[in-house]
Design a protein around this ligand. Structure first.
Ligand code: TGC
Ligand code: FAD
Length: 388
């Protein structure tokens, strides 16, 4: 059988990468193969975030990798995407950690923070010595953050913060939370530190998805936040929504990695599994399903690469990110579900990766804007009508 094309990269997207991007991809891929994949099954089963990986991830320069200066790597957007892709080939939980730290915590501090805030937090976060979380979603409905109840009032030079956030990645392990709250001056970002009186967190137990990631709730009961901890550069919903654009971009790449892990698993399995006197891979129905997976992965790769190149030119529109987040998450989830089915009964065992990726992707298609939210963003762009 001729096998000249890479089954994980049928359109040779690799040849579109420059030398630096290839180095980033291969370095992270090696790290994931050697250090991440061997332990993710157990981390998922134990419902435990493998925290000891944070130092190694930091040492590779993967935290805040798009930021120039402040001990960050200053890589381009395609490199950030490749980092997400390779990490999520291991597990969506580890990619989530990197997404939140880089795109949702370090990005707003860098984009909207004071010089003092940048100096204090960015180098420590790049080194993995300080962990961050991002509080936007509230218990009564995450899709519509404009309806947030969390609020802050000036009190002298300080602010008094009240409210709650729900479904927050890294909640109970974070040293600092970037929390978005309504004020009389618009929506502002507050850097809430873990030991501030009145600030509490609680882990969400019994998740069946993203079990290797920490998710929790944040509670603010008259938390006194000094003015020095308020992001001075933004006072509207555009602040948190612009962070989402960064993270969603990374997710478009990340889910490709999860999908590739599933395809790789079923390619091996269907060659070895003999039914009705021939390997499964020799049947038309299975080949069509494998070809469909490859078609979806290839489409997703081309969308993300194009998105990355546009982003690096500074021409990215949030609607373009919405279309890719919708397309790529849907593709990855469909691939993971189909891969699970192709494995038959074995597909329900964590010994094979599809069910873990499938369960994780149920979160990934929901967070950072549900599929419906992204469809409505594209619909609004096409029609000019806001149908939310
Ligand atoms: P709307 O009136 O459309 O916009 C308000 C202002 O924001 C601007 N804007 C954006 N800017 C940058 N990026 C985006 N994606 C933007 N979307 C909107 C917009 O131009 C406007 O600016 P201005 O200057 O005119 O004021 O706002 P809306 O209230 O109608 O909301 C629109 C909608 C529904 C799309 C938005 O609320 C939304 O995206 N909802 C979904 C919420 C969401 O995705 N939450 C995610 C929480 S974080 C998370 O899930 C982390 S998971 C992390 C992990 O573990 O990996
Ligand atoms: P809802 O907004 O209540 O939506 C419920 C359903 O209604 C969905 O199917 C939705 O698509 C649909 N819907 C909404 N609006 C419309 C409409 N106009 N028309 C038709 N249907 C509609 N948030 C953070 O702020 N920080 C984090 O770090 C974070 N991490 C997360 C980690 C995990 C594991 C998970 C699961 C979530 C995380 N989230 C985080 C929250 C996430 O962003 C929200 O779950 C998501 O935005 C959806 O909000 P919701 O769960 O309240 O659902």
């Amino acid at each position: 059988m001729s096998n000249t094309l890479d089954p994980m990269d049928l359109y040779d997207v690799r040849s579109e990468l420059n030398d630096d991007e290839i180095i980033v991809k291969d370095t992270v891929a090696r790290f994931v193969d050697d250090k991440v994949i061997p332990l993710m099954r157990e981390a998922f089963e134990q419902h435990e975030f493998p925290r000891h990986l944070v130092g190694e991830v930091a040492e590779l320069g993967l935290l805040g990798s798009s930021i120039d200066g402040y001990d960050c790597a200053g890589l381009n957007s395609v490199s950030y995407g490749l980092i997400c892709q390779e990490l999520e080939r291991g597990d969506s939980g580890l990619r989530s950690f990197v997404s939140v730290q880089s795109s949702l915590v370090m990005y707003p501090i860098h984009a909207y923070g004071s010089e003092e805030q940048k100096q204090r937090w960015l180098p420590a976060m790049a080194r993995g010595e300080a962990i961050g979380c991002f509080g936007l979603t509230e218990p009564h409905g995450g899709s519509d953050p404009s309806n947030m109840k969390t609020h802050a009032k000036r009190d002298g030079d300080d602010w008094i913060l009240n409210g709650a956030k729900m479904w927050i990645t890294n909640a109970t392990v974070a040293d600092a939370a970037v929390v978005w709250a309504k004020t009389e001056e618009g929506v502002k970002g507050f850097i809430v530190e873990k030991d501030m009186p009145g600030f509490d967190t609680q882990e969400i137990e019994n998740k069946f998805s993203l079990r290797a990631s920490v998710t929790g709730a944040l509670f603010f009961d008259n938390v006194r936040v000094p003015a020095a901890n308020v992001l001075p550069g933004v006072s509207s919903l555009k602040g948190p929504l612009s962070c989402l654009t960064q993270a969603r971009y990374g997710i478009t790449w990340g889910v490709i990695g999860a999908a590739q892990a599933c395809l790789s698993e079923v390619l091996n399995y269907t060659h070895d599994r003999v039914l009705f006197g021939r390997p499964l891979a020799n049947t038309q129905a299975i080949q069509m399903r494998l070809a469909e997976m490859s078609r979806q992965i290839t489409t997703a790769q081309l969308l993300s690469l194009r998105l990355g190149r546009i982003k690096d030119k500074g021409e990215l529109s949030p609607t373009q990110v919405s279309m890719a987040k919708w397309n790529n998450c849907r593709a990855a989830l469909d691939i993971a579900r189909d891969a699970r089915d192709i494995l038959g009964g074995a597909g329900i065992s964590a010994e094979y990766v599809p069910i873990r990726h499938m369960l994780n992707l149920e979160s990934v298609i929901t967070y950072e804007g549900t599929e419906t939210v992204h469809q409505l963003v594209v619909g609004k762009e096409l029609t000019g009508v806001n149908a939310f």
